[in-house]
Ligand binder design. Structure first.
Ligand code: PGA
Length: 254
């Protein structure tokens, strides 16, 4: 039985005090409940402060990116070891905004994945097709490519420290959510590919989140799908009542 996992991706939002208040509101609203795994991923400068606000609570701390090297002359980059040092348990890698706005390719994402896992982080690896790819009936092909390249040299043992987030690019920040059927179908495609790469048991145990305009309104329909094991939440994670309502929806699923 896979435990539902709801993570907030705050992207390049909040301020120091705003981040602290948001984290405190999530902690308070959750009230120590551990029936759903919950994490928040603030911007780098606020990791410590948010980590302090989360201390003693079940809410995990995550970052939104990292570099693949441990240390050295890499101006502007942040290593996985630094994230661990800052109290992170998770790191989001391969988000579509990094793929499409910063030009990150699958090989680079795979390098980061290995480095983050080696440092002891759990990786949330994002995959998803653009609207043109979906309209061109290329969704399965794109997911296969991103999963195969993203999981290169990832063993079943390493996969146990990973989560995959299916985030159709056309649904991110657009208010246009994938239907539960569209998302379920994509999750099945991903799980099948993972089974071929890492074995059926590892694929069955893998948590696959859906992300893309997930709100309290759409949460029930999506989260009750058999292969949707949680959500990676952008916009709605900046409003504690909405984020907590999505966690509550995840809790309701048997
Ligand atoms: P959104 O973002 O919920 O604002 O669509 C999701 C994401 O990009 O992780």
């Amino acid at each position: 039985m896979r435990k539902k996992f709801i993570a907030g991706n705050w992207k390049m939002n909040t301020t120091a005090i705003g981040a602290e208040l948001l984290a405190a509101a999530v902690v308070k609203g959750l009230g120590g409940d551990t029936s759903v795994t919950v994490a928040v991923c603030p911007p780098f400068p606020y990791l410590f402060r948010v980590g302090q606000a989360l201390a003693g609570s079940p809410v995990g701390l995550g970052a939104q990116n990292c570099y693949h090297e441990k240390a050295g002359a890499f101006t502007g980059e942040v290593s996985p070891e630094m994230l661990v040092d800052a109290g992170c348990r998770y790191v989001i890698l391969g988000h579509s905004e990094r793929r499409h706005k910063m030009g990150e390719a699958d090989a680079c994402i795979n390098k980061k994945t290995h480095a983050a896992l080696a440092a002891g982080l759990q990786v949330i690896l994002c995959v998803g097709e653009t609207l043109a790819e979906r309209d061109g009936a290329k969704t399965d092909q794109v997911l296969d490519t991103q999963i195969t390249a993203g999981l290169e040299k990832i063993t079943a043992e390493l996969l146990a420290k990973m989560v995959i987030a299916y985030e159709p690019v056309w649904a991110i920040g657009t208010g246009r959510t994938a239907t539960p059927e569209q998302a379920q179908q994509a999750h099945v495609t991903i799980r099948k590919r993972v089974a071929q790469l890492c074995g059926p048991a590892a694929a069955q145990a893998l948590v696959i989140q859906y992300g893309g305009s997930l709100t309290p309104k759409t949460a029930d329909g999506l989260l009750c799908q058999p292969d949707i094991d949680g959500g990676l939440i952008g916009g709605a994670s900046l409003k504690p009542e909405e984020f907590l309502a999505i966690v509550a929806a995840a809790k309701k699923v048997p």
